[in-house]
Design a binder for this molecule. Structure first.
Ligand code: AKG
Ligand code: FE2
Length: 180
């Protein structure tokens, strides 16, 4: 319904990357666990109050803490890539704010966000430089999810901000896992 007759961009990218990696002898597939197979993406409209629709966080802590039942936890040793596609975007606000800081396990522990990577406090980020990515409908943002990032609140217009979000990364040199 979201894309009508158009190609689903997430499956499009997944398929293209899978073919390209295959030529290099690397397998790309959805992550599995004893509970089943991961989904390819999730569609979310963040609705936090205050300055952030989604508070500053990193995407690695949750992968590190996925547990031994989940093969995707191996990816936390490498870069956890986040692929975000925006089918709909607010007229103002809803920027993807990226801080130039990649927390270590020690940083997370000190901040009390060891198992979640969420949320980092304003005080912690006070002196860290950041950049706001202003997004438009149709944009794709590909980021290193190890860096702290968040979403500024939507400040104008009727249109909802909708993100299709997936994660991926190397579990082994010959295996890339994808999940949400
Ligand atoms: O909505 C966005 O732009 C970012 C989403 C995100 O950081 C996440 O789902 O972890
Ligand atoms: Fe994130």
């Amino acid at each position: 319904m979201l894309f009508g007759d158009l190609v689903d961009p997430v499956r499009g990218i997944f398929g293209a990357l899978k073919r390209d990696l295959q030529h290099q002898g690397i397998e790309l597939r959805l992550a599995q666990s004893e509970h089943g197979q991961a989904n390819i993406c999730r569609a979310i409209s963040w609705c936090g109050s205050g300055p952030y629709a989604l508070a500053p966080h990193d995407d690695v802590a949750q992968v590190l803490c996925a547990g031994s039942d989940f093969e995707l936890s191996a990816v936390a040793e490498n870069i956890v890539g986040a692929l975000n596609f925006y089918p709909s975007m607010a007229k103002e606000g809803g920027d993807l704010r990226m801080w130039s800081h990649k927390p270590t396990a020690g940083d997370r522990k000190a901040q009390g966000v060891e198992t979640t990577g969420y949320p980092y406090s304003t005080t912690y980020l006070e002196t860290v430089p950041y950049q706001d990515l202003q997004l438009r409908a149709g944009d794709i943002a590909l980021i290193d999810g190890g860096f702290i990032h968040g979403v500024t609140s939507k400040s104008g217009g009727e249109k909802p901000r909708l993100v299709l979000n997936s994660f991926f990364g190397f579990a082994r040199p010959d295996l890339v896992l994808w999940w949400t």
